[in-house]
Ligand binder design. Structure first.
Ligand SMILES: O=C(O)CCC(=O)C(=O)O
Length: 396
């Protein structure tokens, strides 16, 4: 069977899984041929090892193996699992499946984004600046599938204490400093939930929206995203990237799919294959996407990104997901205060982590040097820094 983008006749879940098999195997083989994975290594100066940086800049993605230990992964699975359980029963409800008031009814940003099972909510639409020009195959879910499934969850630093601690992870922050400079700033965060047989797709896209025509454009100007994987990621449920596309400017994705006979199975894409505790770093300019999860394996990717300060300061942020609806939300240009307020989450996260992992050397975040005592994790900073922090995301 040929799978085509946006066709009227949708395969069933089982047909889709079967039809993907050869493509998935080929993609795995291509992924193994690329030298872009291994444990995190730093040089004597504390910066990410040059070999890793070179590979990241060559391919636009890197898989760091075994960064997060099993005990921390267990904590994250428990915390994220609870956040999923506390979701409204469907997109119009205020109570969770146990009849409790759902999480986040008092949050400034709705924490849950629902979709129809196995659907592609953004492909071929104007959402998110129209950056997903083609629609992925949307298989028909099994008859017993729920009407709505959680697709994305926002506000992890407020909703999941283990995720706040993760946000202060010294190796991840040292990587961010190596790529974006010691004065790096945060972007946003989102947890991708791809339940087996239900999880939706993310259509092929490049993330950045503000700097494509900038005279200062380069391959790093739109920053990168980490994904901390809580479960194994496979070719069937994982994120795919087209290596090297972060270097070539805006890619005509529509033409690529058309040249591929209308199929969304791009021939030069590779899946990011991970074990629990592995962390991927993906350049936001690389063409990337993921297929409907018709496999039996769940994927939960705790996703958060970082930018160069110069990419954000004075820039009009335009890209956001608000009120459960992905779309443009014009804001004033990001100024020093906004950047400071959002970056304070990193300072508090570092201290939250220090309190839970006293044996680990905390990361020294240069923009908050000397201010550490003002941003200790506790009731005051939970209220003043963490509550609704994602209203201040820095989305470019
Ligand atoms: O994890 C996925 O499936 C999609 C991730 C993505 O599109 C992103 O992080 O920008």
């Amino acid at each position: 069977m040929t799978i085509q983008s946006g066709t009227a006749t949708a395969p069933t879940r089982a047909e889709h899984a079967l039809a993907m098999a050869d493509y998935l195997a080929d993609g795995e083989r291509r992924a193994r041929e690329i030298d872009n994975r291994g444990p995190v290594r730093f040089g004597p100066d504390g910066r990410l090892h040059d070999e890793i940086l070179d590979a990241y800049w060559e391919y636009g993605c890197y898989v760091f193996e075994g960064v997060i230990g099993p005990a921390e992964i267990d904590d994250l699975r428990a915390g994220v699992g609870e956040m999923i359980e506390r979701a409204p029963v469907d997109r119009s409800a205020d109570v969770d499946a146990r009849g409790r008031r759902a999480l986040g009814r008092d949050y400034g940003v709705e924490p849950y984004l629902f979709i129809k099972p196995l659907s592609d909510p953004w492909g071929g639409t104007d959402a998110l600046a129209g950056r997903h020009p083609t629609q992925m195959t949307q298989p028909t879910p099994d008859a017993d599938a729920p009407g709505d499934v959680v697709y994305l969850m926002f506000g992890m630093c407020q909703a999941v204490p283990a995720a706040l601690r993760l946000y202060g992870h010294p190796d991840l922050l040292a990587i961010a400093a190596s790529v974006n400079g010691p004065d790096f700033v945060p972007y946003n965060d989102a947890i991708f939930v791809k339940q087996p047989g239900l999880g939706g797709s993310v259509a092929w896209h490049q993330d950045g929206v503000t700097h494509w025509d900038s005279p200062d454009w380069d391959e790093g100007i739109h920053g990168f995203n980490f994904q901390v994987q809580l479960y194994p990621t496979t070719a069937a449920n994982g994120l795919w990237v087209v290596p090297g596309t972060h270097k070539v400017g805006r890619v005509d994705i529509k033409a690529r799919v058309a040249d591929n006979g209308g199929s969304d199975l791009l021939p030069d894409a590779v899946p990011l294959l991970c074990q629990p505790g592995d962390v991927t770093m993906t350049n936001r300019q690389v063409v990337h996407g993921s297929y409907a999860n018709t496999s039996p394996d769940p994927r939960i990717s705790v996703t958060f990104g970082f930018h160069r300060r110069s990419s954000v300061l004075g820039v009009q942020g335009r890209l956001t997901v608000k009120d459960g609806d992905a779309g443009w939300a014009p804001a004033a240009a990001y100024d020093e205060q906004r950047i400071f307020d959002r970056s304070a989450v990193i300072a508090v996260a570092i201290d939250a982590r220090r309190q839970s992992y006293p044996e680990e050397a905390p990361y020294h975040y240069q923009p908050f040097a000397g201010l550490e005592d003002d941003f200790r994790f506790g009731p005051d900073t939970i209220e003043q820094v963490i509550r609704d922090y994602n209203l201040n995301d820095l989305a470019i």
